[in-house]
Design a protein around this ligand. Structure first.
Ligand code: FPP
Length: 240
């Protein structure tokens, strides 16, 4: 458990990168890395509440990931389905609320059914809010929200002058989530890759060279401790 002086971030978002390199570096197919990555997801989800985290958002499949081979895309979609099916009872028992962000219209109906089902089943849970981004892209999300706002303006039910930060935030997939305080990216890449660009405007970033399949709860705890020692000013000045 964190000590009294430890102020954990409320909302941590993670770009889980490096599964492919983890596998190919061992001469194995990329999907083996994704399978190992899914095991890491379970461990990090299990560790989060005791580390003081209330909201955990993970990037599982981006709008750009469709460019990968059919085998890899189908393999990942299968992993998401199996994760929901196999973890459902544990998620429910651990009082985890599971949600998804991203455009679901391109996902197959079976996976969508599982996503809807686990969201409904866990809607009353509050120990940890786990959000999985599938077919998510920040620009795509902002475009979908902008189109929806434009429809309201065209209908005459929304005054363009009334569109402020709160209205825009409320139109995004993350409408019910607080903004992330900390974004972690594994695998040594230092890009933000279209992940929560609106929501992470004031977030701290941590980049670790560790490949996602090797990312442990112990390293997670170290990163959180580092975060807690930083000062966030949100564009303001340090208080005297
Ligand atoms: C990025 O690594 C990872 C992904 C595109 C998939 C993330 C999926 C998982 C961690 C497993 C399943 C998740 C859930 C929620 C059950 P990469 O393939 O781009 O790695 P590389 O950069 O080394 O090629």
């Amino acid at each position: 458990m964190p000590s009294d002086s430890f102020t954990p971030p409320q909302h941590v978002a993670i770009i889980m990168d490096g599964n492919g390199r983890w596998a190919t570096g061992r001469g194995w197919p990329r999907l083996v890395g994704h399978r190992k990555g899914a095991e890491r997801v379970k461990e990090i989800v299990a560790a989060s509440p005791d580390l003081g985290i209330k909201w955990l958002t993970i990037y599982a499949f981006s709008t750009e990931n469709w460019k990968r081979s059919t085998e890899e895309v189908l393999g990942l979609m299968g992993l998401f389905s199996r994760y929901i099916e196999r973890e459902a009872d544990r998620i429910a028992t651990d009082s985890v609320r599971m949600r998804f962000i991203g455009d679901r219209t391109r996902l197959d109906s079976r996976l969508r059914g599982l996503m809807d089902g686990i969201e409904a089943r866990t809607a009353g849970n509050n120990r940890l809010n786990l959000t999985v981004a599938i077919n998510y892209g920040g620009r795509d999300e902002i475009l979908r929200a902008t189109r929806a706002l434009a429809v309201r303006v065209a209908e005459g039910t929304l005054d363009p002058a009334a569109i402020d930060d709160a209205v825009m935030s409320g139109m995004l997939d993350t409408a019910d989530l607080p903004d992330p305080d900390l974004v972690i990216r594994t695998s040594g890449e230092t890009r933000t890759s279209n992940f929560l660009p609106w929501q992470a405007a004031y977030a701290e970033y941590e980049f670790t060279p560790t490949l996602w399949p090797d990312f442990s709860p112990a390293e997670f705890a170290q990163i959180l401790a580092r975060y807690s020692s930083r000062e966030r000013r949100f564009g303001g000045v340090v208080k005297a």
